[in-house]
Design a binder for this molecule. Structure first.
Ligand SMILES: Cc1cc2nc3c(=O)[nH]c(=O)nc-3n(C[C@H](O)[C@H](O)[C@H](O)COP(=O)(O)OP(=O)(O)OC[C@H]3O[C@@H](n4cnc5c(N)ncnc54)[C@H](O)[C@@H]3O)c2cc1C
Length: 391
């Protein structure tokens, strides 16, 4: 088992790190000041993502993407995760379920998204349907040759940046027919209700929207009627790996910031790093990050090797749970090492502290991940978690 990065993977990591340093980091104070990134800064940022060759990295070349493996994406995302204020989100990742699109849908949505010309927001959650997605009430009623969508969607991330939506709704209101629809954002009947402020400062919004008799053609269905839940679950896998990588990046940056401060800050006549109470915190940070990173690389490589779908789902849950909780502990301790300076908004650790809290909530809360894992244990025992293959 060799986890050494190839020279291409190491180059990718270094390029992503440089992108963070040169492009994303200078935007942090602006995003923090406004609570989001104003449009005048978004325009050059969109262009930078294109210029650096970072659009459509998760889709195959056939579909207009760059075809990064999951391990490459993990190495890449880890560096982007250093950025606070969700600036990593500028590197859009067209949802994996778009690979199920018809040729015409690919031309209209996926390929332009892979070129950085279009962007989706994924609208699943509703006021009454959060962890329990089966409670979705949004409906798609058959109408002429197409459908009429009605419902209310919450927490629609990047609604203000997107120009199309992936909406989950039940065909004819039947919960057994959850279906994804591709809907252009300017379709009449899509009403923006509000974009509330959240704990973190995030470059884009998390909107609440109404779907009021939104008329779409039959060819707006993505993947097939009734496939909505399966496609959304596949999207969760990808999103959970991304969260794992981002949180490792955030934890690493926070820990490095804490180490640097601890080595230079003198109190009681010596650098505070020489106090065991501080040194041991730093030691715990290093070990936790190391464990999370090993887990991420192993699972990403496993999926790249073609692990079966159930194992992939099981492992992605465990990974997301571990990494998001690890980052919560590490960033909290890093902030403590920085003392009052760690509590200042101008300090990246303060921003990361607020940023990573949501990673225990979105794409399935920690409780839901534990339930998924417990369910796997009931059905399959520990096998999905200990699947070391012997060559
Ligand atoms: C900033 C942000 C961005 C988001 N972006 C998007 C997006 O782009 N698209 C989208 O569709 N959604 C998005 N979401 C929604 C997100 O996925 C949900 O918030 C999440 O799934 C939890 O649902 P909920 O908030 O309704 O909490 P609830 O489901 O109401 O849960 C409340 C609490 O109860 C616990 N709980 C629930 N069920 C159980 C159970 N069976 N056993 C034990 N505990 C349980 C939960 O873990 C949680 O602690 C976003 C959320 C946030 C905060």
């Amino acid at each position: 088992m060799d986890f050494t990065l190839t020279s291409e993977q190491a180059d990718l990591r270094d390029k992503a790190r440089k992108f963070f340093e040169d492009v994303l980091a200078p935007l942090e104070p602006i995003a923090e000041e406004h609570g989001h990134l104003p449009e005048e800064h978004r325009v050059p940022l969109r262009q930078s993502v294109i210029d650096w060759g970072f659009t459509g990295i998760n889709h195959t070349a056939d579909n207009g993407g760059k075809g990064f493996t999951l391990l490459e994406q993990a190495v890449f995302d880890e560096q982007l995760g250093r950025a606070s204020c969700g600036l990593w989100a500028a590197v859009a990742r067209p949802a994996t379920c778009l690979s199920e699109a018809t040729p015409a849908q690919k031309e209209r949505y996926l390929k332009p998204a892979c070129r950085g010309e279009r962007r989706a927001a994924y609208a699943v959650t509703e006021p009454g349907a959060g962890s329990d997605v089966s409670m979705i009430k949004s409906s798609a009623t058959r109408h002429g040759n197409g459908f009429r969508l009605n419902g209310e969607k919450w927490f629609v991330t990047s609604f203000d940046e997107a120009d199309f939506l992936i909406v989950q709704a039940n065909v004819d209101g039947d919960p057994d027919q959850p279906t994804l629809f591709l809907v252009d954002k300017d379709t009449p009947g899509i009403v923006h209700l509000r974009s509330p402020r959240f704990m973190h400062d995030y470059i884009y919004d998390h909107a609440e929207i109404l779907l009021q008799d939104v008329e779409v053609d039959a060819d707006a269905v993505l993947g097939g009627i009734g496939q909505g839940m399966d496609l959304t679950k596949d999207w969760f896998v990808e999103a959970r790996l991304q969260i794992a990588a981002h949180t490792i990046g955030a934890a690493t940056r926070a820990a490095e910031t804490a180490l640097e401060y601890a080595q230079s800050r003198e109190q009681f006549g010596q650098p505070i790093s020489q106090f065991q109470a501080i040194e041991l915190k730093l030691a715990d940070m290093a070990v936790q990050i190391m464990a999370a990173q090993s887990m991420l690389y192993r699972i990403a490589a496993n999926i790249d090797r073609g692990a079966d779908r159930k194992t992939v789902h099981a492992q992605a849950s465990g990974l997301k749970l571990f990494c998001s909780e690890m980052a919560g502990r590490v960033v909290d301790e890093a902030l403590q090492v920085l003392g009052g300076r760690g509590y200042m908004r101008e300090n990246p650790v303060e921003r990361l502290y607020r940023d990573i809290r949501v990673d225990r909530i979105w794409e399935g809360t920690s409780e839901i991940q534990r339930l998924i894992i417990a369910g796997q244990l009931r059905k399959r025992g520990f096998a999905p978690y200990l699947d070391i293959e012997i060559a």
